[in-house]
Write a protein that binds this ligand. Structure first.
Ligand SMILES: C[S@@+](CC[C@H](N)C(=O)[O-])C[C@H]1O[C@@H](n2cnc3c(N)ncnc32)[C@H](O)[C@@H]1O
Length: 268
């Protein structure tokens, strides 16, 4: 994606982007425009949010990120004049996101940020959200709190983690409008030198919740250590360093839809 600043007036910034057109995305340099910072551990690049928001929503619509972290999705929503709801189990993340939203942008849109649990979004009505974009923890690879009740980044068991993801998927399915999109970024891991297909298992739970798979975008990771100890360990132990994540884009089918057309993209 190439980025050109076409105007800067006070804190209002306008950018011209060339958005992605294939299923492989690679951003060697993460965006640092507006209030984006790399400091929230494990946050995703603003380019991901920008591509997804521009592809799957319109100005004035409402975007939900129920695991908002440092607020990347919501900053982009504001810049792109979308209303947004950001939720995180961790009050510190909520404060960081609120702080990151302290910039002016016109036209104005509304952003609501609050502490909450992605497994229970009862304050959001059925079929009311136009786009979901989110980025769960990758099991317990990074722990996002000391031990907050409900923080799924403390779950190290794959089936137990997927059970909680399934609860989140069901809630996201409920709140999303039919025929609209839910995008999630998720990676894999390795245990005892063997590949653990976390992303594949998470994808299956979203299909089980009723979604159909629209895209599987491979996102190249650039923040991994490509030199030193890990390279040597991987060579010694005959494994490759994982340097990609998956951005799954799911669609919630329409009620009257002929599902036979998409039978191979849904839960079988
Ligand atoms: C990978 S981070 C999100 C990073 C975000 N995309 C960004 O760019 O800053 C995952 C977030 O999920 C949150 N989380 C964990 N369990 C949660 C739950 N049950 N409900 C809501 N948020 C949760 C963590 O506190 C963490 O902030």
């Amino acid at each position: 994606m190439s980025i050109t600043i076409i105007a800067a007036q006070g804190t209002e910034m306008l950018f011209r982007f060339e958005n992605e057109s294939t299923t492989v995305w690679s951003f060697p340099e993460r965006g640092t425009w507006a209030t984006h910072k790399p400091t929230y551990r494990g946050n995703f690049a603003p380019q991901i949010a920008r591509n997804v928001i521009e592809m799957y929503s319109e100005k004035g619509e409402t975007i939900l990120d129920p695991m908002v972290g440092g607020g990347t999705t919501i900053i982009e929503a504001k810049l792109l004049v979308r209303n947004a709801i950001g939720i995180d189990i961790n009050p510190k993340a909520v404060e960081i996101t609120k702080e990151a939203l302290k910039f002016n942008h016109h036209p104005v849109s509304n952003q609501t940020i609050k502490t909450g649990d992605a497994r229970n979004l009862s304050f959001i009505k059925n079929d009311s959200i136009d786009l979901v974009l989110t980025h769960p923890p990758y099991m317990n690879i990074i722990k996002y709190s000391e031990k907050l009740e409900g923080d799924i980044s403390h779950i190290g068991s794959l089936p137990m983690f997927c059970d909680e993801i399934e609860k989140i998927a069901k809630e996201l399915y409920r709140v999303l409008r039919p025929d609209r999109y839910c995008a999630i970024l998720i990676g894999d891991t390795r245990r005892s030198r063997h590949f653990v297909p976390l992303a594949y298992n998470v994808m299956k739970r979203f299909l089980k919740a009723g979604f159909v798979l629209r895209e599987d975008i491979v996102k190249v990771q650039h923040n991994c250590s490509s030199t030193g100890r890990w390279v040597q360990q991987s060579k010694n132990n005959k494994f490759y360093l994982i340097m990609h994540e998956h951005l799954f884009v799911f669609r919630k089918p329409k009620e009257s839809e002929d599902m036979s057309r998409v039978r191979y993209s849904r839960d079988m």
